[in-house]
Write a protein of this length. Structure first.
Length: 338
């Protein structure tokens, strides 16, 4: 198979990018052939005001460039592909911007937010994060929030969220729900990775699991001593495909500006220390930098390597296209509509 042709023609969706807090990396995703990417526009510690400022900044960026398109429905992605643009999808990694006011779901949905992650490692008003020792499940507010997200056709994202809290959400949701950037605990046992029954529950809603390229969720990388390969990442894809089927696996690569090669080692360590101090990271789950991405896809410009790797692993062309983006497009259409 011609990897370059498939990559060029495919709809390619990376459903999570913290890297795009630095706008210059828009060019990296475009160079990598990405059709749609989802920057994290707010997180668990953001207020409505800080989220609004970031969304306003992104709207200004999008409207000042002919090569970018705000994604609010599935057909926007298809139009972006047709017109040589790149779609920008607004994603919250945490529910801080809602505080405890459910009406803010409507407000942020009107501004373009289309996917919301329930927690970020820690306990919040919604439920428990995946790094909490005790997981009490969805709170009353959390259950109401899932219902309100469903009503507003905003995708429920269970990444970074505790086991019971995710299972509660997946049993409650009436629309497809996802793990936007989660790897397999069966392949590598990290608290940030998900168990087989979580993946099955997401698939049962019509949703999917997006695999990520964060090194310490692929293999053991104590103090940066090991560099994972693309085969290590595809092992997680293989596991999910065999477990829940080819139609329920996608990409949520989660490139992060605090990891190499997007910064130097000293900056990466300072970033890591900041997250550890505020309790967002624990050293057991997030080892001390340096962290190295798989060399075949070290940056978004190199994403042809993902297509080549899937083909080398034996995936057929239609299967490669589904993993690269068509599975996400299906979920988007089912939740958002055309």
């Amino acid at each position: 198979m011609d990897a370059e042709r498939i990559h060029r023609d495919a709809v390619i969706i990376d459903a999570v990018s913290a890297l795009l807090d630095k706008r210059e990396y828009v060019e990296s995703y475009k160079a990598g052939g990405v059709t749609c990417v989802a920057p994290t526009v707010a997180g668990e510690t953001d207020t409505p005001a800080t989220a609004l400022k970031e969304i306003g900044s992104w709207l200004h960026t999008i409207r000042s460039r002919k090569d970018l398109k705000l994604v609010q429905k599935a057909s926007d992605i298809e139009a972006a592909k047709r017109d040589g643009q790149m779609g920008i999808l607004f994603h919250f990694q945490g529910t801080g911007p809602f505080e405890t006011d459910l009406n803010l779901v409507e407000a942020f949905q009107a501004l373009g937010v289309r996917m919301v992650q329930l927690t970020y490692n820690r306990k919040d008003y919604v439920g428990d994060g995946c790094e909490e020792e005790i997981d009490g499940g969805l709170s009353r507010f959390g259950k109401a929030l899932v219902q309100r997200l469903n009503e507003n056709r905003v995708i429920v994202d269970c990444t970074h969220t505790g086991y019971k809290t995710t299972m509660d959400a997946l049993s409650l949701t009436t629309r497809p729900a996802v793990f936007s950037h989660s790897n397999s605990a069966a392949v590598f046992p990290s608290k940030r990775n998900i168990h087989d029954d979580q993946a099955k529950a997401a698939a049962a809603t019509g949703g999917l699991v997006g695999v990520n390229t964060v090194p310490h969720f692929l293999v053991s990388v104590k103090d940066g001593a090991t560099r994972p390969s693309l085969d290590d990442l595809i092992a997680h894809i293989d596991h999910f495909v065999s477990l829940i089927g080819i139609d329920h696996v996608g990409l949520g690569l989660d490139y992060f500006s605090g990891n190499l090669p997007f910064c130097d080692v000293d900056t990466a360590i300072r970033d890591w220390e900041k997250y550890v101090r505020k309790g967002a990271f624990t050293p057991e789950v997030y080892p001390r930098p340096p962290h190295y991405y798989p060399p075949e896809i070290e940056t978004p410009e190199m994403l042809l390597g993902m297509t080549e790797g899937l083909i080398s692993r034996g995936y057929k062309e239609d299967e490669v296209r589904k993993i690269l983006g068509l599975n996400w497009l299906r979920v988007f259409r089912e939740v958002w509509g055309e």
